[in-house]
Design a protein around this ligand. Structure first.
Ligand code: AHR
Length: 502
């Protein structure tokens, strides 16, 4: 029996927890949201159907332009009249540079979200990063603010969120660094960027590795506001090898490992009150891009460019993605005291929640989970516990061993401005309906409740062009006469149960 203490608020989540990521990769930007010739494009070239879908899930922030792409990207070639197409050495394609900083800012304004710029700490310099801050945030001082004005943007772009580098710790990243080099580069970059605009919030690329983070934090702890983490569980760079539903559930035993490690390190260094975690790339599914993250590069385009189209197969994004995504969002909410931003990677095409095609868009299963969490769950996290041992199930991990996972993942929240307690309740079982037994410990006068559910007919349900197997359905309000309640949860379902109290 789960107990909820509706008066015991254990945290208030930042709305940046439901953020997203867009990279210059495959069809995320070009032929994704930015398609100037598309009949649904607005005056700035953004697809109105994509923008509207992003508004519906209240996208709060978008991180851009990469990702690995950024580590050899030079922003100055993508502003102003003359755009210099460049060969993107990360993804080995020509980027026209027609979508640059000013287009990104316009896109964020169209969506109504914060821009979050990731800078080039691969081949870039502290000066190039701080010039970018000048271009975006200074009123008129200096050549870069004047260049922005000359480009038609009188007012500063006011970009508040910046990160130094992407995954510069990884051998696959252009301009990779060792821990010592990283600490020094971040320190000098942070210094120059904050000399330009001390009000910006700065992050730096990190992993849950003691040496890497010790160097970073000992060198720059006092100059950083965030530390960035990335995680993909079902990695598929070379082989497009999808984990099954059961295998995806096995990954739910490893949702807060990195958060716990980084939290411990920040506490050990006395920084846990000063530095927040930005989980600024995450997704159950890693992206598929053979022949580029390997030492031996593929030679023929059909071996390294064409396979990227396999990221766009909608039948691969099923209830496994929806259930896993909800479990990770619960984890982020439970850690909202230290995790203040997270960016689903990416939002458009590749492994994203919105797929674009000539005739419109497909809202994949994960889109409906964001719709459910953003629009039906509360901002305040309530204390909810189960004194009995939770129901568990054995599932096969993709590595071949068996894992025992909790069948239910529940999170209690409260909508601050409404008398609504909203409980996110996930049933991971592939076949079994499971009842959620709950008891309210306060004398909350609960009048009625309803169950809102994201689900499909089976674990492999998915959405595609002219196919909507996975949907968000709102239940009807039902009277509630007892303090205790048992709510049946469908197999492989993501639910938010809303309780109206007087
Ligand atoms: O697979 C895409 C890559 O995943 C992103 O560019 C990078 O940040 C992460 O390694």
């Amino acid at each position: 029996m789960y107990r909820i203490d509706s008066e015991r608020v254990i945290g208030e989540r930042s709305n940046l927890l439901y953020g997203h990521f867009m990279e210059h990769f495959h069809r995320q930007i070009y032929d994704g949201i930015y398609d100037v010739k598309h009949p649904l494009a607005d005056k700035d070239g953004f697809r109105k159907d994509v923008v509207d879908a992003m508004k519906k899930i209240k996208v709060p922030i978008i991180r851009w332009p990469g990702g690995c792409f950024v580590s050899s990207y030079h922003w100055k070639k993508a502003v102003g009249e003359k755009r210099t197409p460049f060969f993107d050495k990360a993804w080995r394609v020509e980027d026209p540079n027609s979508f640059g900083t000013d287009e990104f800012i316009k896109m964020c304004k169209a969506i109504g979200c914060e821009p979050y710029i990731c800078t080039n700490a691969g081949t870039g310099t502290a000066e190039e990063m701080s010039d970018w801050v000048e271009y975006c945030n200074l009123e008129t001082e200096g050549e870069y603010a004047k260049w922005r004005i000359a480009n038609g943007y009188e007012e500063p772009h006011k970009v508040r969120y910046w990160s130094i580098g992407n995954e510069n710790y990884g051998g696959w990243e252009i301009g990779a660094k060792d821990a010592k080099e990283w600490g020094r580069l971040v320190l000098e970059s942070a210094k120059m960027m904050k000399h330009v605009d001390p009000t910006i919030e700065l992050s730096a690329a990190a992993i849950a590795d003691v040496d890497w983070n010790m160097n970073l934090l000992q060198n720059c702890g006092t100059r950083l506001d965030w530390i960035s983490l990335h995680k993909y569980w079902n990695l598929m760079p070379e082989e497009n090898d999808f984990a099954t539903y059961e295998e995806s559930m096995a990954y739910t035993n490893d949702l807060d490992t990195e958060i716990r490690k980084v939290r411990g390190l920040l506490s050990a260094l006395g920084l846990e009150k000063d530095i927040k975690i930005a989980y600024d790339e995450w997704n159950l599914r890693g992206w598929h891009h053979p022949g580029v993250h390997s030492v031996k590069q593929a030679v023929n385009k059909e071996d390294y460019i064409l396979p990227r189209d396999k990221n766009d197969r909608n039948q691969d994004y099923t209830m496994a993605d929806a259930v896993f995504t909800a479990c990770f969002l619960n984890t982020l909410n439970r850690n909202c005291d230290i995790v203040k931003m997270a960016n689903f990677a990416p939002i458009v095409n590749t492994r994203g929640c919105i797929y674009t095609w000539e005739g419109g868009i497909v809202l994949r299963s994960t889109y409906h989970v964001f719709d459910l969490y953003v629009n039906y769950l509360g901002e305040e996290i309530l204390d909810m516990w189960n004194p009995e041992s939770p129901k568990q199930m054995a599932v096969k991990h993709k590595a071949g061993h068996m894992e025992t996972v909790d069948v239910l993942d529940v999170l209690a929240t409260r909508k601050r401005d409404e008398n609504i307690i909203a409980v996110a309740a996930i049933n991971k079982s592939a076949m079994e309906e499971v009842s959620l037994e709950m008891s309210f410990t306060n004398d909350d006068r609960i009048g009625e409740y309803r169950i809102c559910t994201v689900n499909g007919p089976d674990v492999n349900s998915y959405n595609d062009v002219n196919l909507n197997q996975v949907q968000l359905t709102e239940g009807t309000w039902q009277r509630m006469d007892e303090k205790d309640i048992s709510i049946p949860l469908q197999p492989h379902s993501v639910n938010v149960i809303q309780f109206k109290y007087n």
